[in-house]
Design a protein around this ligand. Structure first.
Ligand code: TEU
Length: 538
């Protein structure tokens, strides 16, 4: 896989700039910090980095509320710092993907300031404004993902505006072609600067039902594999049928792709969370080669780390999406770190961290790693006073929010704040993360070393990045599959349970040097220990 198709099967490393590396002692990471730490990322052997938002923002949702799409927030640096980071990344052979958060803006974005100033201004229709019902209540029953109604009253316009997330994240009205042009202009700005691609935040939230029809109640689908946000909305659960994933989005995504195709080797990965419909939405967005290159779903972001779940996710995906492409991930800045989700106790954490990356890198698709997972970091335990995530603050303690996966990277175990900052970090550096610092894992048989070896193995086997994937029935809790390309067949058997299980090899298996899990050339019944893997060629 090369050239324009570099993203197919690529390994992408997500950087959360606030928590990566601070260089100006304000306790918040910055772009100069990213540049400084690029060699670490390159040393992992990944193809690309995805940078979470660093744009001008009031930071109500940690930068996912943008007030200027074409500038860097002073907290993160300057456009010159961005250019320097991009140049350095390219010099190291890393592609750079940036987040575009265009479904909504910050309420302080000049577009919204103008839009809310009157009903008749030039941007009056740029957001989703609606009159109240005759009794003064919200136009319909739509709920915000972050809790409460999706409508906020505006005393000047005497109308409600819609927000899928925070009240300070008003939704843009994509039915208005001027809005589409404006967000495409922002994307063009970054394409001209040389970015290699975009992660499109909440890509299925761009359009809403023009008739503002009520959402129906949620009927849970037992076969759904998606792990959407925990539904802690005290206003109830509903099926987001009319406030997202509208058919009009397809044409807009084609416009986005047409812009991208004017440049060489650029890509988009869309973030799709659509409950039981997620895979259908992904199919609609990635098929045909004229919309998104790939989509990121929430299927593997939940607590389920079993053979049945992993197989069902991959098979559901393969059934739904014939010519599209997926990007898998176990962790990101929105969910509990996977070591803490999957391990039953502290003693298991390291084995889980190792097995999870081996499994992730043998799946068909591209993969996203989240900063710190290469160290096996567990979720941080924070006190309520430490929280900064409005989502967590709102629902504590039934839901503790997303700060536990956003604590600073740990670089030097003996340094103040583990080398993240010389100031006061915006979230504390957990004491138990220190011993897992990058410097402490640089030599020896560590999780970090296992990540490097595993990613090198993935690169060395063409069948892994884009070969076919087919499951074998095992009559047990083993997860067994074959990856195949150009006549080369690789067998993988994962035991995600805690007990040894027997695998009956279909034919003689030749050794394959899967890092951390040496192959045994055997035929017949093969014993696979709990939380370990077996592989071979056959
Ligand atoms: O997340 C989209 C999303 O659906 C989230 O609500 C997610 O389900 C939630 O964080 C719980 O896990 C994106 C960003 O990744 C997130 O950080 C932003 O807060 C959100 O969009 C709004 O921009």
């Amino acid at each position: 896989v090369s050239g324009d198709d570099w993203w197919r099967g690529a390994v992408i490393y997500q950087v959360y700039p606030r928590s990566f590396q601070d260089t100006d002692d304000d306790g918040i990471g910055d772009l100069k910090g990213v540049t400084r730490r690029l060699p670490h990322i390159a040393s992992l052997g990944v193809e690309a980095i995805w940078l979470s938002p660093f744009f001008t923002s009031p930071q109500a949702d940690m930068g996912y509320d943008v007030s200027d799409y074409c500038d860097v927030d002073p907290m993160f640096g300057t456009l010159a710092d961005f250019d320097e980071m991009l140049g350095e990344a390219h010099r190291l052979g890393l592609k750079v993907i940036i987040d575009q958060v265009i479904s909504h803006t910050a309420d302080r974005h000049p577009w919204f300031v103008e839009s809310r100033s009157s009903r008749t201004n030039g941007k009056g229709d740029w957001y989703v404004w609606a009159d109240p019902k005759p009794d003064g209540t919200a136009p319909n029953n739509w709920l915000s993902i972050f809790g409460g109604p999706a409508w906020e009253w505006d005393g000047v316009r005497k109308q409600y505006y819609m927000h899928n997330f925070l009240g300070s994240q008003p939704d843009l009205n994509f039915h208005n072609p001027e809005v589409q042009d404006a967000v495409l202009d922002a994307a063009r700005f970054w394409l001209e600067r040389g970015v290699d691609g975009f992660r499109l935040d909440t890509v299925n939230f761009y359009f809403h039902d023009k008739h503002l029809r009520d959402n129906p109640p949620l009927v849970p689908d037992p076969d759904a594999t998606s792990n959407d946000a925990p539904d802690v909305n005290p206003y109830g659960m509903q099926d987001h049928l009319h406030d997202k994933s509208q058919p009009e989005n397809i044409a807009f995504l084609a416009r986005f792709r047409a812009l991208l195709d004017r440049y060489e080797g650029r890509m988009t990965v869309g973030e799709v969370g659509d409950g039981a419909r997620s895979l259908k939405t992904v199919a609609a967005y990635t098929s045909g080669g004229d919309k998104l290159n790939m989509c990121y779903t929430f299927d593997l972001l939940g607590p389920d780390f079993t053979a049945t779940h992993i197989r069902r996710c991959v098979e559901n995906f393969q059934e739904a999406v014939t010519d599209g492409w997926v990007c898998w991930a176990f962790s990101n800045h929105d969910v509990t770190r996977h070591v803490s989700r999957f391990a039953r106790n502290e003693a298991e954490r390291e084995r889980v961290a190792r097995l999870a990356i081996t499994l992730l890198s043998s799946l068909r698709g591209s993969i996203c790693l989240y900063q710190g997972e290469e160290l096996g970091l567990p979720e941080a335990e924070l006190a309520f006073e430490d929280l900064r995530d409005p989502y967590g603050i709102r629902f504590w303690p039934s839901y503790k929010g997303r700060d536990g996966c956003r604590t600073p990277m740990v670089w030097e175990h003996a340094a103040a704040n583990a080398g993240f900052t010389a100031g006061k970090p915006w979230l504390p550096v957990p004491e138990d993360h220190r011993r897992l610092s990058v410097d402490a894992q640089q030599t020896g048989d560590t999780v970090l070393d296992h990540y490097r070896a595993t990613l090198a193995f993935r690169r060395s086997q063409p069948a892994l990045s884009d070969g076919t994937m087919r499951f074998l029935d095992t009559n047990s809790d083993l997860l067994a599959f074959v990856r195949e390309k150009d006549g080369e067949r690789l067998l993988f058997v994962f035991n995600l349970t805690r007990e040894p299980l027997e695998f009956l090899a279909p034919s003689a298996v030749e050794p394959l040097e899967l890092p951390g899990y040496p192959a045994r050339p055997e035929a017949g019944s093969i014993r696979v220990a709990g939380l370990s893997a077996f592989s071979g060629k056959f």
